[in-house]
Design a protein around this ligand. Structure first.
Ligand code: AMP
Ligand code: GLY
Length: 426
């Protein structure tokens, strides 16, 4: 290693989901004696880190805390603080931060920006048009026909996308977003996009100024219902690796056709990406097409990818902030991982929270908390996605048994989850 990590490094993980629980858990496996903080964290993270009551959108509060506690590394989980310039503020204050600057985070926070960078870099993606008024958007939908995809331009927690099978459905979605303001300001611009067909793969990369290192490919299950039915959610479960993806050389194809040209295009605009770059891909007949970029670890993909990491996460994150990623060896366990999301009643439309959670005999696998909080010793649901149960084993079949044993053992009223994560993979 060409960089040096201080003795007993202080690390602040920003976020309160299962992704951040998985990040904190992986940092706890580090060979370094990490002092771990989380802001604001959740009831599960509180078991392994000191949680401080600062919300993820309170950029100044986070920076102040990091300064006051002399935090050595801030690791940013969600997109919101990045889109609000948390990394930039940390740079200004000389605080080491893992996560891209605001200009780079726009790859996620503005689909229109992402599309314009992809067009300039010749990165394969669905053809699209952006609209700021509903009538022109609907006229365009009539012109293209269905199926067609309607997206809110800004951040909408993974829920601002409607894959419409009919023109009527697409027009209704446009009305909801633009006239009904379902996603607030995020829906004042919509992107109307060609519908791509194929299997989806999530590829995440660690990126510094010189190198992009792939993580294990994963697949998310976005729809709320089994057999990929119902509304889009933040993700109901995931598995990794995606069989055949690495073996067929597809990772290199993604790197050559998508990641390298994209990072070069950003560089030519004076933007240096550092952090995790997440590419949501559709494997079409013409190869991988980009559905979306995210500027952070995927959720729930992180809950299956990090348990397969066989290297020290702290050293990797540190190396990224130091532009010395090429000096770190990043290895993966030759195992399979499956995770199942337990959701609150009413999720994703109108989750009802505050129910008591009984964890029962759940011990078989890894349990990552998402929306949970503890009130006077009682564990309560506190979000749409509540707990993520993860199984890691030599086969998908065993990983699945482990994850579902826990999913069944944990109880809260109205709990729902998908039984078909990872389909019939062996
Ligand atoms: P996004 O928030 O852009 O990731 O979209 C959420 C989900 O909608 C994706 O994971 C896909 O399942 C679906 N989706 C988004 N864009 C398209 C597209 N152009 N064609 C087909 N499906 C799409
Ligand atoms: N799993 C999709 C996302 O993290 O946005």
């Amino acid at each position: 290693m060409t960089f040096s990590i201080p003795q007993q490094p202080k690390v602040l993980v920003v976020g309160n989901g299962a992704r951040e629980h998985a990040i904190a858990w992986a940092l706890r496996q580090s060979s370094h004696d990490v002092t771990l903080y989380a802001a604001p964290g959740n009831a599960g993270i509180a078991d392994i880190a000191a949680c401080v009551n600062i919300t993820v959108d309170d950029v100044e509060g986070l920076v102040e805390f990091a300064e006051k506690e002399a935090v050595d590394l801030v690791v940013v989980g969600p997109e919101l603080p990045l889109a609000r310039g948390l990394a930039d503020r940390c740079f200004e204050k000389g605080i080491r931060v893992f996560g891209p600057e605001l200009a780079a985070a726009r790859l996620e926070s503005s689909k229109a920006f992402a599309k314009s960078v992809m067009a300039a870099a010749c990165v394969p993606t669905a053809s699209y048009q952006t609209f700021t008024d509903a009538e022109s958007a609907k006229a365009y939908v009539h012109q293209c026909g269905a199926p067609i995809v309607v997206k809110a331009d800004g951040l909408a927690a993974g829920k601002g996308v409607v894959v419409a099978d009919t023109v009527e459905e697409a027009c209704a979605a446009i009305d909801e977003m633009m006239v009904g303001a379902k996603f607030g300001a995020s829906g004042t611009t919509v992107v109307i996009e060609q519908c791509l067909r194929g299997e989806e793969v999530s590829m995440m990369f660690f990126v510094d100024a010189h190198t992009a290192v792939p993580m294990i490919p994963a697949r998310d299950h976005k729809r709320v219902g089994e057999g990929d039915t119902g509304a889009n959610t933040g993700g109901m479960g995931a598995f990794a690796p995606v069989p055949g993806f690495v073996e067929s050389g597809m990772v290199e194809v993604v790197q050559q056709r998508i990641i390298s040209p994209l990072l070069n295009e950003l560089k030519s605009r004076g933007i240096q990406y550092r952090g995790v770059l997440y590419a949501g891909l559709m494997m079409t007949e013409d190869g991988p097409f980009v559905i979306e970029f995210n500027c952070r670890f995927g959720d729930p993909e992180t809950e299956v990818v990090l348990p397969l990491l066989d290297s020290d996460l702290l050293e990797i994150l540190w190396a990224v902030t130091d532009d010395s990623l090429a000096d770190v060896s990043i290895r993966w366990k030759p195992q399979k991982a499956i995770c199942v999301v337990l959701a609150s009643p009413g999720y994703p439309e109108q989750p009802r929270t505050g129910g008591e959670i009984q964890t029962g005999d759940a011990t078989a696998g890894l349990i990552f908390h998402a929306g949970t909080r503890r009130v006077q010793g009682t564990l309560l649901t506190a979000g749409g996605r509540v707990i993520v149960c993860c199984g890691v084993a030599d086969s998908f079949a065993t990983a699945r048994d482990i994850a579902y044993a826990d999913a069944d053992a944990i109880y809260f009223e109205g709990k729902h989850f998908r039984r078909d994560i990872a389909g019939s993979l062996k």
